[in-house]
Structure formats: structure tokens, C-alpha cells
Design a binder for this molecule. Structure first.
Ligand code: PLP
Length: 371
């Protein structure tokens, strides 16, 4: 009798949702190669190159910059677990699902969590942050740059100087922004940041690039309590990713092959050109959306380029329309989450997704299903 379960047939999909994003064939090619040992000298040199390229993409000189083995939430947990101690006062900006996730995590770590909450679909503005910092006097401020759940870009050029002036440590979620729109870790004086490979970096999910400033490392060195994690303890992890090369865990070799190639593609394209490509993709989608008679959910001046939140044409059939897009055209777009469930579509233009040909395919398919 033959084995009853057949090999999994992987369908062809065009990923135009909130992530994962379409992956360049050269990245997939590298990922399909045989793994080498995680302490092989050649793998160690690949790790060095990944660190160097990540610094360039984050625009930081932070020595402590490398990918955590895990998704974006692992990077979030890594930052909070190392920097927060019980009773630390943390101010978390919440205007969507991911700010809420950081606050929930900080509560689990015993921090005294204060929140600056604005309705989903609005941005956190300078005056609001100034007021909240003045009132709460936090040791740490945690913000989300690109709120994937709502399509909002929190204006870092305006918010970052306010955090810096307050003297608080600054944790910034760059999961959806990195590689798709300007991110300046040193210029914004960010102390700890985490991202993810499956959005504008253009790799499959599985790694979370992180970076800590020297100030963050000083704060960690002076902790009164132990870091309440083994896997995410930064000193143990850096034993592997730093110069000592001590075994900590078995790095996901093939994900690192993929990340190395994705970072090469980003830097070969040039950061400015890549941001510009994402911006142009957004403009093209915006025009097409208007022609279809649809409207953006988000205000124009705070819109993300890589995550476009569109008010659904009909709440009663939006799920059926998305299903039709997937079944008939193989195109994935994202639903709304939380209070926006059934109200918005989230169209991602990330990495390889942010290309003219993909937007044309999507717009044509949307036109067909809406007619
Ligand atoms: N932060 C933001 C802004 C995100 O968009 C996501 C995922 O979509 C995460 C954090 C969590 O990342 P992951 O799903 O890779 O764990």
C-alpha cells in the first residue's frame, strides 16, 4: 500500500497582502541549497557579511546588529526581554495590533506599562507623544514605525527627537518599514529595533534582524535582575553572533542564505532607489484604486507605501471577494484585523511585490471581481 499522504503541491500565488511578500528567485535558489554546518568557517563569514549588510540597511554603526532566529515577534520579545526589568515604567504607543502586542508583552515581563492610545487608522502625533512623556516620565518608550494592521506610518522624523530629548530608551518596531521606506536607526537615536525578513526585506519568514545601541548594552549590563529568557539572552546569543563563535543554538542555515542574498539585492538596488520604487508602486496603486471607485481608509499624509488600507466596497461580501481573488486569480490580499475586521483590505506592496507588473495584475483582477 502506498503512503496515503501525497507530496504537498505548492500553489502559485501572488502575495499582495501584509506579508509574507513575494521572494526573488535568486533568494529561493540560495535557500534550496544544502545546509553547511553552523560553525563552518564559511558560514561564519556569511554571518559577518549579513551583519555588515544589516548595519547598512538599518543605517546604523551599532556593532550589535544581527538576525534573531525567529519571526518578527521573536525580535520584539528579544528587545523587551533584555531591556525591561520588573517595575520599569514603559510608555507604549498603540494605534494598532502591534503596539498592543508590545504592551501585552511588557505587562508579562512585570513592567509598569503606560499607553498612548489613538484610534486604529490614526497616527501618533508629536504633541500627543510629548504630553504622554511629560505625564508618565517613562524609562523606555516603545513605538511601531509602520503599523501593518492599519496602514499607518507613525511620523518618526517628528517623534524620534521627542523621545531623544526625554532621555528615555527608545525601542522601535521596524518590521514593515525596513527596506521599503526610510529608516535611520542612528539618526533617530533608536536604542533597540527589530524587523522581520518577510516584508520589505524580501525573504521568507523566519529571521528577525535586530540592532542594539551601545547605550542599550550599558543598560543591560547594569540590570539588577536576570534576563528572564535563555533563548533570547543577548549576551549568550552574542557569544554566537559576536567574535567568540560559541555554540548557542543551531542557526537556521538556509534562512540565513536567503537573508544574505536579499540584503545583497537591497544594497545592489540602493536604499534610495528601493524606497522610491515602493513609493512609485504606492502611487500607481492609488491611481488604480481611484479608477475602481474605491477609497483609502488612511489619511493621505500618514499612509504607508508598502501597506495600503482600502475601505472595502461591501462589508457583507468582502470575504467572498477576497476568496474569489485567491481562488480565481491566485492573488492574496489581507483582511482587516481587530476593530477593522470586515472593514478594510490590506494591500501589500513589499519587496518584489512593489513592481509595476504585479500591480497591473492585481488591478485587473480587482476590476474583474468587482464588475
Ligand atoms: N510588528 C509588525 C509591525 C508586524 O507587521 C508584525 C507582523 O506582521 C509583527 C510585529 C510580528 O511579526 P511576525 O508575524 O513575523 O512574528
Amino acid at each position: 500500500m502506498s503512503f496515503p499522504i501525497q507530496p504537498f503541491h505548492i500553489p502559485k500565488r501572488l502575495l499582495m497582502g501584509p506579508g509574507p511578500s513575494p521572494v526573488h528567485p535568486s533568494v529561493l535558489e540560495k535557500m534550496s541549497c544544502a545546509p553547511i554546518g553552523h560553525l563552518d568557517p564559511l558560514f561564519l563569514s556569511l554571518m559577518e557579511e549579513i551583519k555588515t549588510m544589516l548595519r547598512a540597511v538599518f543605517q546604523t554603526s551599532n556593532e550589535f546588529t544581527f538576525p534573531i532566529s525567529g519571526t518578527g515577534s521573536a525580535g520584539m520579545e528579544f528587545c523587551l526581554v533584555n531591556l525591561l526589568e520588573p517595575h520599569d515604567r514603559v510608555l507604549v504607543g498603540i494605534n494598532g495590533l502591534f503596539g498592543r502586542r508590545m504592551a501585552d508583552l511588557a505587562i508579562k515581563l512585570g513592567a509598569e506599562v503606560k499607553t498612548l492610545e489613538v484610534p486604529w487608522g490614526q497616527s501618533i502625533e508629536a504633541e500627543q507623544l510629548k504630553e504622554a512623556i511629560k505625564k508618565e516620565r517613562p524609562k523606555i518608550v516603545a513605538l511601531v514605525h509602520a503599523e501593518t494592521s492599519t496602514g499607518i506610518c507613525n511620523p518618526m522624523e517628528e517623534l524620534a527627537p521627542i523621545v531623544a530629548e526625554s532621555g528615555a530608551l527608545f525601542i522601535l518596531d521596524t518590521v514593515t518599514s525596513l527596506g521599503g521606506s526610510p529608516v535611520f536607526i542612528d539618526q533617530w537615536k533608536v536604542d533597540a529595533t527589530f524587523s522581520a525578513t518577510q516584508k520589505c526585506i524580501g525573504s521568507p519568514p523566519g529571521l528577525s534582524p535586530v540592532s542594539f545601541s551601545p547605550r542599550a548594552l550599558e543598560v543591560i549590563a547594569k540590570r539588577k535582575t536576570k534576563i528572564p529568557s535563555w533563548y533570547f539572552d543577548c549576551s549568550l546569543l552574542y557569544g554566537y553572533w559576536g567574535q567568540e563563535r560559541l555554540y548557542h543554538h543551531t542557526a537556521p542555515i538556509n534562512n540565513n542564505y536567503g537573508l544574505h542574498q536579499s540584503l545583497r539585492l537591497i544594497l545592489e538596488e540602493g536604499l534610495q532607489n528601493r524606497w522610491q520604487r515602493h513609493y512609485q508602486a504606492h502611487l500607481m496603486l492609488k491611481e488604480g484604486i481611484a479608477q475602481l471607485g474605491l477609497k483609502f481608509f488612511t489619511p493621505e499624509d500618514r499612509r504607508l507605501w508598502q501597506l495600503n488600507a482600502i475601505t472595502v466596497p461591501d462589508e457583507t461580501i468582502e470575504a467572498a471577494l477576497r476568496k474569489k481573488l485567491l481562488d480565481a486569480y491566485g492573488i492574496e490580499i489581507g483582511p482587516g484585523l481587530g476593530p477593522l475586521k470586515g472593514k478594510i483590505w490590506r494591500i501589500g506592496l513589499m519587496a518584489e511585490g512593489a513592481r509595476k507588473e504585479n500591480i497591473e495584475i492585481l488591478l485587473e483582477a480587482l476590476k474583474n471581481i468587482l464588475s
